[in-house]
Write a protein that binds this ligand. Structure first.
Ligand SMILES: [Zn+2]
Length: 329
């Protein structure tokens, strides 16, 4: 396990940290928490923070320096058990094992904490075994259930836990994290706009397709601004990969990127430069911009219509021909 760091948690989820700190100080921690929030929010880190609070051997807890804190952060503390999906499923065998482990007397007087990741992926049998375990769990035992899809968590489990919601990260925070990891600045802003998870952005970069899409949108954007070439021609010259792409999600991302370009243009018009996503292209082609805010909004509305049409059976060539003609002029 990679050592857990808390900087990102402290930076982005102040209210969660405060809730855990205060509940701990006042002796009001509940025995089962359900941490929920979109992908990329530091829920696992927060679960380890709670473990450090409970296990720290220093005066001011958590000190993040004592042997107990360090073991929690390194994932080697014997009183902290993390259960992750096995082949995308939390199985009954896993929750049964947890129950068995916790039915034994603890090795020391300290608390024990179990963390179950992606609890929404528990099978019905696993959920029932967990519910039985929750009923029997003794004092000193704490659980954190983690999910990105709270609506898929079985209601009986939801109702047994205190729900703690993690704040979605603002795009700027994600972009900053990405640039800190070496992603080029404009790309970081574009990615942060289409995903709210740093991990997902990095996966998209590794996958490669997204960078090709961004390049294609930039070229089409350039042709719309300079009017030197028809956007449709650019698509056929540079975007063959898109025209043969069977995955509708990719087409959806392409349309989102086109919208992001137009909204950048709009923000430029409205002099809200900090909101501009396609920075390089907007500032490089500053002399070419003669679309009024009204014209930009009309084009955005057209793309939104085409996003709807994407749900149906469509001929991709025809679809883009119509759309680019509608927004090109
Ligand atoms: Zn400590």
């Amino acid at each position: 396990m990679i050592p857990v760091k808390f900087d990102f948690l402290f930076e982005t989820q102040k209210s969660v940290v405060k809730l855990l700190d205060n509940s701990f100080k006042k002796g009001r921690l509940v025995h089962t928490y359900l941490f929920e929030g979109v992908r990329g929010t530091p829920k696992l880190e927060a679960a380890h923070y709670l473990a450090a609070l409970l296990l720290c051997s220093a005066e001011t807890k958590p000190c993040l320096k004592c042997p107990d804190c360090r073991k929690v952060m390194n994932g080697t503390h014997q009183n902290v058990i993390v259960v992750s999906p096995d082949n995308n499923v939390i199985k009954k065998e896993q929750t049964d094992n947890l129950g068995k482990e916790f039915s034994l007397k603890p090795m020391d007087e300290k608390s024990r904490i179990y963390i179950i990741r992606d609890i929404d992926k528990a099978t019905m049998a696993a959920a029932n075994s967990l519910l039985k375990f929750l009923e029997e769990t003794g004092p000193g035992n704490y659980g954190v259930l983690i999910t990105e899809n709270i609506h898929n968590v079985i209601p009986t489990i939801r109702s047994r836990a205190q729900i703690v919601s993690f704040r979605q990260l603002p795009p700027q925070t994600i972009a900053d994290r990405l640039t800190a990891l070496g992603v080029e600045e404009e790309t970081a802003h574009i990615l942060a706009h289409i995903s709210n998870s740093v991990d997902e952005c990095l996966e998209m970069i590794n996958d490669g397709k997204i960078l090709d899409l961004i390049e294609l949108v930039k070229k089409i954007a350039e042709s719309i601004l300079t009017k030197e070439k028809s956007p449709l021609l650019v698509l056929h010259e540079e975007g063959k990969f898109l025209l043969t792409e069977p995955d509708k999600r990719i087409h959806n991302i392409f349309l989102d990127l086109m919208l992001a370009f137009l909204s950048s243009l709009l923000y430029f018009n409205l002099q809200q430069n900090q909101k501009i996503i396609f920075r390089n292209i907007i500032f490089d082609l500053v002399d070419y911009q003669d679309l009024s805010p009204r014209q930009i909004i009309e084009r955005m509305e057209k793309i939104l219509d085409y996003k709807q049409k994407l749900q149906y059976n469509i001929n991709i060539d025809l679809f883009y021909a119509e759309m680019l003609l509608a927004i090109g002029v």
